[in-house]
Write a protein that binds this ligand. Structure first.
Ligand SMILES: [Zn+2]
Length: 122
């Protein structure tokens, strides 16, 4: 293991990326594996957490945009997707990560908005 100091590493989550500067720790010369020192490990983890929150916020904004395009309110959207009457409010504000099935359904409805009528009949 050899020490490294003040490096910039990229943290990624899905299609999001962020540079974390000033990282230090140890690197294995054989396999390249890295062990950050404590403050670096914390900052790297925080940057990753921030990307997760950012991704959740973006998915929430996407759901809100599609819901408005479908001309249904949050209560109706929650009733359609079965998450409890406040579920969509929490998804759209990024407080809760929506289940993939909800995101997939809304992305499909965005392409076929007339299908909302079929769902309402069910
Ligand atoms: Zn190694």
């Amino acid at each position: 293991m050899t020490s490294f100091f003040n490096e910039t590493h990229q943290v990624t989550f899905r299609d999001l990326k962020a540079d974390v500067e000033g990282l230090s720790g140890l690197r294995c010369g054989a396999c390249g594996e890295i062990e950050y020192d404590q403050p670096s490990a914390e900052r790297y983890a925080e940057a990753g957490d921030a990307l997760v929150l950012e991704a959740r916020r973006m998915v929430g904004e996407d759901l809100r945009r599609i819901r408005k395009k479908l001309r249904i309110n949050q209560t109706e959207a929650s009733a359609l997707t079965g998450g409890g009457h406040n579920a969509f409010s929490r998804y759209e504000t990024g407080k809760v990560s929506p289940p993939p099935a909800v995101v997939n359904l809304f992305r499909m409805l965005e392409r076929h908005p007339e299908d909302i009528k079929e769902l309402r009949r069910a």
